[in-house]
Design a protein around this ligand. Structure first.
Ligand code: MRU
Length: 344
């Protein structure tokens, strides 16, 4: 890949949120890449609304934002009601529930808002550290000169920084292992087209955007060696819920001998859900499919189905990278390592 060499640990300019003046400031991801504007959330209900509206999105980022929202709920003296609103904001990413459970456990011990703020900051810092570890571990699996394809946005915008799948790509480019990055546009919300290629551009990493429908043809051309994606929830048997279209990429990858790497922190693993069949899949407004960029495309009266996540069976996943290590061919047996580590 031509262009400047990057240091994965320092070339990481983008952050999706910041806490200041007792409020959570969210980089408005609906407006990117053409406008950089921030939304100030001073109440737990504002955070819940922002998560639902995709001002902030990406599994780890919504967990972190919800943790800050829980601080506000405590401050407002309506912790249970505020947390219930946050919990209901989006159903699929388990990081949201995981972060709120962590805050609720502290409240049961009598913690006040100051202590909860410390915890929210810890959740954010732990996510950044996990992303650094995963970036290094994942990049080492990639042979020099490889082409990779990613889907949705799994970068700094979707996390505390660096990113999950995009963190591996940052580190892989820095190490000279990745020669070419392809990003799927990710209809209907266009996270790939609007966010991923912009985020990489901020760090001087070139990427080639493709229509989602071009992915199989790209794989057939031999240009791609790995599909690298994130996850919103990983069930106890290794099934992976992620952005709609991931399942189709996984099938095409297996057909073409391209390997699939899933990169996610352990906060995305849900051992209480036995398989992907039990993962709630968010259905959003059909208008997102019937139009584009706020403009109606399909004729009036046409209906649409808009599930925004799908489930990739574990059998199609070659490698799962978490901050705790690398699992080859995840399944119910080797996923038990998460339970053992949690119990230890
Ligand atoms: O609807 P979104 O944009 O929140 O969906 C995001 C994804 O599907 C990501 O791949 C996933 O959350 C992992 S982000 C590190």
């Amino acid at each position: 890949m031509s262009g400047p060499a990057i240091d994965a640990l320092t070339h990481d300019a983008v952050r999706p949120m910041r806490w200041s003046d007792g409020a959570l400031h969210l980089l408005d991801q609906r407006a990117l890449p053409h406008e950089v504007r921030w939304v100030r959330c001073a109440a737990a209900a504002d955070v819940a609304d922002s998560i639902r509206a995709l001002v902030v999105r990406g599994a780890p980022a919504i967990g972190i934002a919800a943790a800050y929202g829980a601080v506000m709920a405590r401050r407002e003296g309506r912790f249970d009601a505020g947390v219930a609103q946050l919990r209901a904001s989006r159903p699929t990413a388990v990081n949201l529930m995981w972060a709120l459970d962590r805050m609720a456990a502290l409240v049961r011990e009598g913690a006040e808002a100051d202590r909860l703020l410390e915890e929210a900051r810890s959740i954010e810092a732990e996510d950044l550290a996990a992303n650094r570890a995963m970036a290094m571990a994942g990049a080492q699996l990639i042979a020099a000169g490889s082409g990779v394809l990613t889907h949705c946005n799994t970068g700094a915008l979707a996390t505390a920084g660096i990113g999950t799948a995009l963190g591996v790509i940052r580190a892989g480019v820095a190490a000279g292992r990745i020669a070419q990055v392809y990003a799927g546009e990710t209809r209907p919300w266009l996270q790939g087209a609007r966010l991923t290629v912009w985020e990489l551009q901020q760090d001087g990493i070139g990427a080639t955007l493709i229509a989602d429908a071009a992915a199989a043809a790209l794989m057939a051309s031999g240009a791609v060696h790995w599909v690298i994606v994130g996850a919103d929830r990983i069930a106890a048997n290794g099934d992976v819920a992620n952005k709609i279209g991931t399942y189709a990429l996984a099938i095409a990858a297996r057909h073409h001998g391209v390997r699939l790497m899933v990169v996610a922190p352990s906060s995305t693993v849900d051992l209480a859900t036995p398989s992907g069949a039990g993962i709630p899949i968010e259905l959003r407004d059909p208008a997102e499919v019937l139009g584009c960029a706020g403009r109606r495309i399909a004729a009036e009266g046409v209906e649409a189905w808009n599930p925004v996540f799908d489930v990739t069976p574990a059998s199609l996943v070659d490698v799962l990278v978490t901050e705790r290590g690398v699992l080859h061919r995840p399944d119910a047996a080797n996923m038990r390592c998460f339970a053992e580590t949690a119990d230890a």
